[in-house]
Design a protein around this ligand. Sequence first.
Ligand SMILES: N[C@@H]1[C@@H](O)[C@H](O)[C@@H](COP(=O)(O)O)O[C@@H]1O
Length: 267
Amino acid sequence: MKLIIKEKAEEVAEFAALYVMKKINSHKCGPGRFYVLGLPTGSTPLGMYKKLVEYYRNGRVSFKYVKTFNMDEYVGLPQNHPESYHSFMYNNFFSHIDIDPKNVHILNGNASDFDLECENYEKMINEAGGIDLFVGGIGSDGHIAFNEPGSSLSSRTRIKTLNADTIQANARFFGGDLSQVPTQALTVGVQTVMDAKEVMILITGAHKALALHQAIEGGITHMCTVSAMQLHRTAMFVADEDATLELKVKTVKYFKGLMGHHMQLVE
Ligand SMILES: N[C@@H]1[C@@H](O)[C@H](O)[C@@H](COP(=O)(O)O)O[C@@H]1O
């Protein structure tokens, strides 16, 4: 596992965007050779999307031969609702780059058969050759995508009922009104993320510090689903200083000592 520690959230965003750009550019993409990205929503990855749009505008990267699979989507929210993850992704990223909409995959939270929708999603990921890089954020209880505490660590794409903490945390996007927050979502499973060739988790802010501690210094537990990434061969956590507040000084020192080496990943 790698832990990249940057001083500020903006530098986390920059590192993540540079990493994604480098991966796409070194993949030798073309017709029949796509780079496949797994993508998150939330406030944490916003800065990364902004940077990627900037790099695209400066001609440093193209998404023409990139396929994307989003992590999750609310159930029952119209696709064009401003807080749907469809809207989030188009407003903040897809509408500003050269990706072909047919290469964008987002779960349909209004499907008539959720089991079939989720099964097809896994099939489409397989048909795309699997996910090359899954980028994720986490909730303050350490959930990845919408894999709430207690989710099976071998779970696959399915419907989940959101817990009270997640509904509370997401109420800020619905005018603070808990009753407006959808109570269910379709989400990739922990195993769906684990199957990606690479995983990069972005964590910023002191409110995520305990989650980062549990994720990398605690044991693997379904009560902190991102901790499953300890079993991933190439998991990388990218955190700001605030998110490291609950880590041991020894852990922080060790990974900071590797920074020179790790920065080569984006050079
Ligand atoms: N399903 C999403 C997660 O994918 C995201 O990581 C989390 C944290 O969001 P934020 O980055 O806004 O803290 O929110 C939701 O639960």
